[in-house]
Design a protein around this ligand. Sequence first.
Ligand code: SF4
Ligand code: SF4
Length: 386
Amino acid sequence: METVDHLVLDDECWEELLTLTEGEAAPCFQCGVCTASCPWGLVRDETFSVRMLIRKAQLGILEEQEELWLCTTCSQCEPYCPRGVPIIEVIQALRYLMWKRRTTLDGLPSLLWSVYWNNNPWFQPPSQRMQWAAALDLPDYDPDQHEILLYIGCTASYDRRAQRLAHSLTQILRTHQIPFGVLGENEPCCGETVLRLGHLPYFMEIAEAGAKIFRDRGVGKLIAISPHCYDVFLNHYPEVNETFEPLHYTEYLTSIMDWGESQFQGSYDRIVTYQDPCFLGRRNQCFDAPREILKNIPGLTLVEMDNSGPDGLCCGGGGGRMWMETAPDERFSDLRVQEAASTGASIIATACPYCITCLEDSIKSLDIEGLEVLDIAEIAAKTLPR
Ligand code: SF4
Ligand code: SF4
């Protein structure tokens, strides 16, 4: 290793990156299309440049780069890359190189320690994982009795706002007499935060331990509340679809409900627009199921924002950004709530607890009146037969 002025030239950096990405970082030919499609360009003069990060890695320049932690892993750029570079994988690998060199952002190591000690990134005691459901008497999952395992996830277990999603979904499942169980205090953290922050070996440990728990408990269908948990189970866990089959709850509800006979009663006379969560839509091509549920709610009028479906704007909460400060004038969610307000909708529906947090914060900080954010499960639960 050779030091030039303030830069550290690290000969091993590029080789390590190629190994971690199985060579898939190599085809990058520095066109900059990824940078042009990245939503950071909407909120910053000096935009976030993946091209530059890859170039620096090729040259062996590894410096403390706050930029590296900006990526929300929203997948907006990947489909446009002419060389098919798995950009998010490259970002995660670069982050891992930072972990190896102990140059991550302040606060991130303690977050991972919380996952290690508490089984959640919320710094909450594991013993309180099921406190949100104390009055619900939810049964422990038993494959002989239950059609599905309802995987609550850390956010819906500990975040008070997100707990309302879990309540609504359990209400929907019970009303439709779907036998389901939970793992309670034994539910493992899915490790999504660890993966997105790039600690790849630790994530693999979590994924292998989690897959073993699902195998030992005889889990078949696993229904996730958060698209972030769903994505890691589906795309990053060993044994997926061999022992357990992950689904997002919107996919599951559309698969079991016969929309010919209205499943909902009462009327929800509101204009609603839908925020596609990146990890449900762009990442896993689940655009229709959430809309199908909304369209079948009596009285509800669904309107689309200009940027929707594959072009939906990220809320800014993915990629570990939920746990980092974003400057007030750099929040994607500010743009998104303004776009939603311009449709005339009074509700932004979504299907992700991170989207809810980011969008609600923006509505408050911009003081937008007459607009609220609800999860699809919350809206659906409002029109269930009593
Ligand atoms: S779009 Fe692809 S090839 Fe072009 S700079 Fe970005 S990663 Fe490299
Ligand atoms: S994944 Fe999203 S935030 Fe990250 S570089 Fe691509 S477009 Fe930008």
